[in-house]
Design a binder for this molecule. Sequence first.
Ligand SMILES: NC(=O)c1ccc[n+]([C@@H]2O[C@H](COP(=O)([O-])OP(=O)(O)OC[C@H]3O[C@@H](n4cnc5c(N)ncnc54)[C@H](O)[C@@H]3O)[C@@H](O)[C@H]2O)c1
Length: 376
Amino acid sequence: MVTTIGVPKEIKEDEGRVGLSPAGVNELVRLGYRVLVERRAGLGSGIHDAEFETAGAILADLPAQIYAESGVVAKVKEPLQSEIPLLRKGQIIFTFFHFAADRELTEVMIESGATCIAYETIEDGAGRLPLLTPMSEVAGRMAVFEGSKHLESPSGGRGVLISGVPGVEAAQVVILGGGVVGLNAAKIAAGLGAQVAIFDINLERLRYLSDVLPPNVITIYSTPYSIRKKVVQADLVIGAVLVHGDKAPILVRREDVARMKEGAVIVDVAVDQGGCVETCRPTTHSKPTYRVDGVLHYCVANMPGAVARTSTFALTNATFPYLKAIAKDGLRSFLALGEAAAKGLNIHRGRIYHQGVANAFQLRHHPLSELTLIGS
Ligand SMILES: NC(=O)c1ccc[n+]([C@@H]2O[C@H](COP(=O)([O-])OP(=O)(O)OC[C@H]3O[C@@H](n4cnc5c(N)ncnc54)[C@H](O)[C@@H]3O)[C@@H](O)[C@H]2O)c1
């Protein structure tokens, strides 16, 4: 039987991304698979139904048809309440789940008997998270544009043009954390002509940043002392730290914020892990900023949502090779990608195969060696 890959429209609030691009549809169809795409699924990313149809997709009117006919469902966000009854035992759902933060979702997915392969836990051979990287690239670049916009007086900022002009100095940008978000933010800020200081605790990483970034970026070893010294002079501070599997460390304290310049801007990208600025709390695209001690805070937890089209293509470029492997022979061909990719398997036929998810709720973890593949 021909495998059907289904792509429902995302129904989570403010979610404009879609789980597969027209190019991806085209390649899957060329390989002999059937691809069902829900009508209007791509609209939030500026992809019209006709484009999916031209690429070879069959359009479905209702999500129920997608779930009923598809062996593999490619999505962006976790299934929501109205989608849960549509899931079928043995069906593979390939999407962001973030189970460890959601007990109820974990329980309903166990109950459903579906196979859950989570974007966020797939690793590459070097322990990186290749399906999270594209969203960090987007957020890092965006952080500078948002910061720059909010430095303008009408937005409440101190009226500084990030690039400066001949005869007037450029903005001072401080970036906390030199990983994917930090590097991308530094590239854009430096390209605009800002004076950039980037902090990290990993010396090897600082050496790399120093090699690849232009001379208007300085690298600084991160300590509370070195950070405080730079933050109080900054026009724009970008929070970009991550300690894997943990809450973000607080690197800028409330008293440091109080000593910052009036109208300076903080963009705390690490807000999804609690934020690295003590005064950070999550905001939304509709009301992205608030002010503490005269300093504007931008702490939107889903920044890539504002550039859904770019984010869809960035995400699907990264997810597609895995989807192609899943389409081939289901879980069997996915697991054949190797141990690092296999970390993406979170739940299968009612059992948890990811240690972190099991630990989060003190549920039983099943090692992959206990997995028996039925059929697929
Ligand atoms: N808000 C959003 O929309 C959005 C989007 C994408 C990513 N993020 C978040 O951005 C954060 C950064 O993501 P990333 O992909 O760049 O992570 P990453 O792992 O690539 O980089 C994190 C960096 O922080 C450094 N670090 C750790 N502790 C530090 C400290 N005390 N001082 C200075 N540096 C320190 C690490 O050495 C590492 O280089 C994460 O919390 C991620 O979830 C948010």
